[in-house]
Design a protein around this ligand. Structure first.
Ligand SMILES: [Zn+2]
Length: 485
């Protein structure tokens, strides 16, 4: 199975470690189709929890789900010039169907603007139809040359929001609202605090006026672009002739946005928290939050601990996701290993000695203080203490992630030599002034592989930033550099 191999230590080879964690956690694997992954049940369960949380937020903020076709007529994709230029190199194209050559090739959606707008154009007549707030959960295909499980695969799952508004301000507000929903979700659910901001002009979504992104710092100090929102201005409305009648009876193009997060988030979650034993999951996104492992030697002990374990499971109730691992084909050590590798936040052990002492032993998958990883809990307090422990782990993971991010953020970096030194000695988020020239970034990228991640939002921007860009030219604004996935 290849799942019992020792993990490559995180500090030795981060990439091999990552693959090992994904394998040991039984999250995903490669398939017979190059670059396409199979998401295994444990990985899919994490994605479902993510979907549920995000979907609730989208609906609370007035969005509705719909579903559009997988195929996009090639001519549709060509209607928005920048869009086709951006996506054409990575599209898969269907030329035959039912044994015949198609009159017009069909592109497998790399994103859905080009199929959604011609359809939604018919749903919009007047200002009364706006805003139109649609989301779809779907798969998309981008023909990537180099792939990695969850982080970059030919086919991936995501949600894509598509909205139409009466004014530019409304579209901008929407793009920022969703950016904030993403940020909150990443902080509160994933314990993965991102830096948010605007993408540089040449790094925008193909066809967007402005692109905003959440960038999270992984444990190897590389950034992961974890979610993006786009203010599309009237670009797609013009390309697909999406007009509405204003209150004054004029006909205007709508203002639109699109936004998405994908199964890439699962990869981010893995890289954010896991350790040399395997997966570490924040309790809110753990498919199994608590595993109960009974320990016995004799048949008599077995009967008693199984009975106690079953009682404990029902006492913990339906509010928690609890697994009672009563398999008698594995010894407790093998069970610990399996559930550690799957990132279960709390393990409760019940053996004959615990029964005698009327207690259970709790082992936490994550604790900032290793000495607090194991504790005895009196039987009568378990139902109250376990939810508390889960909250504590959720909080501790976020605290650790925030601290790591701040410890590896370098503000006010003024010269290129310093930036190079930081990148060479492990990297992180490097804040500098920036002149705004694309060639300036291109040079740094070529020489250090670091790129501009975002122009940071007010919440993340430094109080002041250097007057000069690292190239020596006058700085127009602050940017955050990092090597990125
Ligand atoms: Zn410059």
């Amino acid at each position: 199975m290849g799942e019992d191999k020792a993990l490559t230590p995180r500090d030795e080879d981060f990439s091999a470690w990552y693959n090992g964690v994904v394998q040991r956690g039984q999250l995903a694997g490669y398939s017979p189709v190059r670059g396409c992954m199979v998401i295994r049940p444990h990985g899919y369960a994490i994605w479902e929890l993510m979907q549920k949380a995000l979907d609730a937020r989208f609906k609370e903020t007035g969005h509705q789900n719909a579903y559009f076709p997988l195929f996009v007529p090639q001519s549709f994709l060509q209607k928005e010039a920048e869009h086709v230029e951006g996506f054409a190199p990575e599209t898969a194209v269907v030329t035959h169907g039912g044994g015949k050559e198609l009159e017009e090739p069909l592109v497998v959606r790399p994103t859905s603007e080009a199929i959604i707008w011609p359809i939604m154009a018919n749903w919009i007549q007047s200002y009364r139809d706006l805003p139109l707030l649609i989301n779809q959960w779907a798969n998309v295909v981008r023909w990537e040359m180099r792939t990695r499980l969850f982080l970059r695969t030919l086919e991936f799952l995501w949600q894509e929001g598509h909205t139409a508004h009466a004014t530019d301000e409304d579209a901008e507000r929407e793009a920022l609202l969703i950016l904030d929903i993403y940020r909150q979700f990443m902080e509160e659910w994933m314990a993965m605090p991102p830096v948010t901001g605007m993408k540089a002009e040449w790094d925008k979504f193909a066809g967007a006026v402005r692109t905003y992104a959440c960038e999270a710092l992984m444990q190897d100090n590389w950034a992961l672009q974890a979610g993006t929102t786009h203010n599309l201005g009237q670009n797609f409305a013009r390309a697909f002739d999406v007009k509405y009648q204003t209150e004054d009876g004029e006909h205007e193009y709508v203002w639109s946005t699109s936004w998405g997060v994908s199964t890439r988030l699962v990869g981010g979650l893995v890289m954010m928290h896991s350790d040399d034993l395997g997966l570490v999951l924040p309790p809110k996104l753990a498919p199994i939050q608590v595993v109960i492992v009974p320990i016995w030697k004799s048949d008599d002990e077995k009967a008693r601990v199984l009975e106690a374990g079953a009682r404990l499971k029902s006492a913990l109730g339906d509010g928690l996701r609890v697994k009672f691992d009563d398999r008698d084909t594995l010894n407790p050590g093998a069970k610990y290993y399996e559930w550690e590798g799957k990132g279960v936040p709390v393990r409760l052990e019940i053996g004959p000695k615990d029964l005698k002492k009327r207690q259970v032993m709790a082992a936490l998958r994550f604790s900032e203080d290793p000495k607090q990883r194991k504790l005895a809990i009196p039987e009568t307090e378990v139902t109250g203490r376990v939810p508390e422990l889960l909250n504590r782990i959720q909080r501790a993971l976020l605290d650790a992630a925030l601290r790591r991010r701040e410890e590896n953020s370098y503000r006010g970096v003024t010269d290129y030599a310093e930036l190079k030194k930081i990148v060479a000695s492990g990297g992180g988020f490097i804040y500098t002034g920036y002149c705004g020239a694309e060639e300036c970034e291109a040079k740094v990228k070529e020489e250090t592989k670091a790129t501009i991640r975002v122009i940071p939002d007010d919440d993340f921007a430094s109080e002041t930033f250097p007057d000069e860009c690292i190239c020596g030219g006058p700085a127009q604004h602050e940017v955050v550099w990092a090597r990125a996935y």
